[in-house]
Design a binder for this molecule. Structure first.
Ligand code: HBZ
Length: 817
């Protein structure tokens, strides 16, 4: 309950907003206009807290974490903000009285989709936890004009539609021109000798003006409001006659274009490095602006820049923000006049790096040519960082050329961002225990051996406030009715649910709530896909970005296999199953897009085959995103977490499913390992090779998918259906590439890179266990409740407390109102 909330004031605020913004009376307003009016009314409620929080930070002169990230996948703000000011019931009631339905109003808001997937959503969960725990923090990112594309499915194919999320404005943002900064690109570096001291001056550059927009990040029920600061680009001088006169016409046009293009669009690749020049410009743009601002803010209160790290820590969300390292060096050297050693000490005590992947195709390696042309001064600094790092390697491993070659930051004409991040950070962390171990003993072995003290693990987490309290109100209320509401800010309390796991009445209540949520999702599917699904069937769900290592292909091949069995034996005894997929493929990732087509083609055939009595349905949910994810998790029975062991750094949807009482069907990969550790292997369905086995095959060979094809006729039958037109009668060759990827070795790489055929039998057998288990509803309910009861570890509140204790060393702040 929000004690300060006053219904009448709120009503008046909404009515006035509609009047002032749209020149309409409230009864004339469209739902979208009501959304805007309500959002502004909520902003009014929190604005004083927002100001007070920052006053408190100033007063206490707190240390602050700057979470530097190219992505913040925030989703919708309104519903979450209402939850976090603890005014959900009050506002719902107030709007009811005014004749509006809060759910409908919330649905008017576009998702803020400034991210691809797990990495961006993790950043959003972290901001929620930081504010809720009362830690001083800024999120720093880019105000992309277009976020993650919207996905349409046309004729079974993914079509990308631009996401113009700002077209009606963003009620929660505030433009802060007073903090604008200039960011320079290109040109050359001139050395000026002044009184015997060399000064480095960048000349002949182009620049843009970075202008921040602030978004409130509201802590749950604690008056703390932190800030997500996203940078927009504006031309430095509006196009003017002056420059025309000086013959700078060309430059003026170019600068204008630079400002326009730089923040235009989020690159829609996850776990894939594309090496585009504009991407590096984006990186330097928001980093230079953020670092400049952090230094300026520090200097407003402190004289000695050499103690910068006492008040500031930069967390680099993967390597994308790594130019923060040479940028901070540049400012300290060129603007603050520190010596190299002084500047290096500050920088290495300020920066910490999080690694999110071991996939080699994701590693950022910028060509020197591009890097030095775009960022000439920064490149000089990177060269010097590299030179000194090489010296360090040579001191530690005298004469070891192999180490030098393998560990150099600049090598083979490329700047290796991960290596720079490791060399200059005081902390390097992975995102789940297994992932961190693989980093230490495989991918980053040389670095771990050289500086073991830097390496640490921070297993990911998720915010229960969005993914249970907001996304699943029925279940949230049920939990609260059983054990009280402490779980909202202290998730391990949810352990108390264990007491109810064996209780028949509670089991029944749980299953009934799950059923209601399945009905809700079924309605969404009917509205959006036109498909009827049976809410009594098992909802078996895989939602995440489409990537070969995540093995959506294995899932759909298994559906094809099951369908073959049903065709042979229509009376086969099985619990009806609805296989639900949701996934965006990177726009240029052909095989991923073809997999989407395959899923939809299989869906078409199966969903229209009356002979199987609806025992299998296949649904591909269009445009999977944060807002519909909340509905999906709430309705899931089975959580598919089936990546090839060792490939998924952590996964976070696995945790969101668990929190909503779904059972994991998964491999021993990423955070699945820790999930199973918490809930017990008996309450999950685990299958497939271990990461050690996978890595062993990768290093030593010995896996021949063709042997499986030859010896297993059911698998062979499924694979033949990829090329005999079974699911594509008009174009039997359509899925040839997928078939080839599983069986035909190109000289360069092994067929079936992700061991789909190898794990297939084990996967199918796990599915049988699911079918069998679901027949015992009491068992299932108990296992689901135990999953919820044991998900306490996976709150991002815990993750943040670990970052604070081991890396950031922040102090909690309280804000009195
Ligand atoms: O980060 C994901 C990992 O795949 C997942 O296992 C982990 O749970 C999650 C949070 O730690 N990684 C990503 O989502 N990565 C990207 O989205 C990405 C985006 C742009 C890139 C590279 C990776 O250039």
């Amino acid at each position: 309950m929000n004690k300060g909330f006053d219904k009448e004031t709120f009503k008046r605020s909404v009515v006035d907003n509609v009047k002032n913004m749209f020149r309409r009376t409230i009864d004339e307003a469209t739902p979208h206009q009501v959304f805007q009016a309500v959002a502004y009314a909520v902003k009014d409620v929190i604005i004083d807290e927002w100001i007070a929080t920052h006053k408190e930070y100033e007063k206490k002169d707190v240390k602050t974490v700057y979470y530097l990230s190219m992505e913040f996948l925030m989703g919708r703000a309104l519903g979450n903000n209402i939850i976090n000011i603890c005014a959900r019931d009050e506002i719902k009631e107030t709007l009811d009285e005014m004749g509006f339905d809060l759910d409908v109003i919330e649905d008017q808001e576009p998702d803020a989709a400034l991210g691809n997937g797990g990495l961006g959503r993790l950043a959003a969960c972290f901001l929620d936890s930081l504010a809720t725990l009362g830690y001083p923090a800024y999120g720093c990112g880019i105000r992309y004009r277009y976020g993650m594309f919207k996905q349409k499915i046309e004729n079974g194919y993914q079509v990308e539609v631009p996401d113009n999320w700002l077209k009606d404005g963003n009620p929660f943002e505030i433009r802060r021109p007073e903090y604008a900064a200039e960011v320079k690109f290109g040109g050359f570096v001139r050395i000026e000798n002044q009184g015997g001291v060399n000064h480095f001056v960048q000349d002949g550059y182009q620049s843009v003006r970075a202008v921040p927009y602030d978004l409130p990040v509201i802590g749950y029920g604690n008056n703390v409001v932190n800030t997500l600061r996203i940078w927009d680009a504006e031309p430095i001088n509006t196009f003017n006659l002056d420059s025309f006169d000086r013959g700078d016409y060309q430059k003026a046009v170019e600068q204008e274009n630079l400002a326009k293009t730089i923040v235009e669009v989020l690159y829609p690749n996850d776990n894939h490095y594309a090496g585009k020049e504009l991407r590096l410009k984006q990186q330097y743009f928001f980093i230079s602006a953020s670092v400049q601002r952090a230094v300026r803010k520090y200097k407003e209160k402190h004289d000695d820049i050499r103690k910068f790290y006492e008040k500031v820590v930069f967390q680099l969300n993967d390597t994308h923000p790594t130019v923060a390292i040479p940028e901070l060096m540049r400012i300290l050297l060129d603007e603050e006049g520190l010596t190299w050693d002084e500047a290096w000490e500050v920088t290495t005590k300020t920066c910490a790096y999080t690694n999110h992947t071991i996939m080699s195709e994701a590693l950022e390696k910028w060509p020197i040519e591009l890097f030095s042309r775009l960022l000439p001064r920064i490149y000089q600094i990177v060269e010097e960082i590299n030179r000194r790092f090489q010296n360090q390697i040579q001191t530690m491993y005298p004469g070891n050329q192999e180490k030098l070659r393998k560990m150099s930051i600049i090598y083979d004409g490329q700047v290796k961002m991960a290596y720079m991040a490791i060399a200059a950070s005081f902390s390097v962390n992975g995102v789940a225990r297994l992932h961190t171990e693989i980093l230490k003993h495989q991918e980053l072995k040389d670095f771990y051996e050289m500086m073991p003290e830097k390496f640490n693990n921070k297993t990911n987490g998720i915010t229960q406030r969005r993914f249970l309290l907001h996304g699943n109100p029925l279940l949230a209320d049920w939990v609260t009715s059983k054990i009280g509401d402490e779980w909202i800010t202290d998730l391990p309390h949810i352990k108390k649910l264990e007491l109810f796991a064996e209780d028949e009445k509670c089991q029944f209540e749980f299953m009934n709530i799950k059923y209601q949520n399945k009905l809700r999702l079924a309605r969404y599917i009917k509205e959006n896909n036109g498909i009827d699904v049976d809410p009594r069937s098992i909802f078996d769900v895989q939602v995440k970005r489409l990537h070969e290592y995540k093995r959506q292909l294995m899932n759909i091949l298994h559906v094809m296999y099951l369908y073959n069995q049903l065709k042979d034996n229509p009376d086969m005894d099985m619990i009806p199953r609805t296989f639900i997929f949701g996934a965006k493929a990177a726009a240029g990732y052909k095989r991923a897009k073809l997999t989407i087509k395959l899923i939809n083609s299989v869906a078409d055939v199966i969903n229209n085959d009356k002979s199987i009595n609806g025992k299998i349905k296949v649904v591909f949910i269009e445009d999977y995103r944060v807002s519909n994810a909340e509905l999906i998790f709430a309705a899931a029975d089975v959580s598919e977490q089936i990546s090839t062991a060792s490939k998924e750094a952590s996964g976070t949807s696995n945790m969101k499913f668990m929190l909503n009482g779904a059972l994991t069907l998964g491999t021993m990969d990423g955070a699945n390992v820790e999930i199973v550790e918490e809930v017990g292997a008996d309450n999950a369905f685990i299958f497939g090779m271990s990461s050690d086995e996978v890595i062993n095959y990768e290093n030593n060979g010995g896996y021949y998918p063709m042997d499986i094809f030859n010896n297993d006729q059911e698998i062979r039958r499924v694979l033949m259906q990829l090329i005999n037109g079974y699911y594509a009668p008009d174009n039997p060759e359509l899925f040839r590439d997928i078939y080839n990827s599983l069986l035909n070795t190109k000289s360069s790489d092994r067929a079936d890179t992700y061991f789909i055929l190898k794990d297939f039998r084990s996967y199918a057998e796990a599915h049988q266990r699911v079918d069998k288990a679901y027949r015992d509803q009491a068992w299932w309910a108990k296992a689901a409740i135990l999953n919820m009861a044991n998900c306490g570890k996976f709150t991002s509140d815990r993750t943040i407390e670990e970052y604070v204790k081991d890396i950031w060393h922040l102090k909690k702040v309280t804000v009195e109102m």
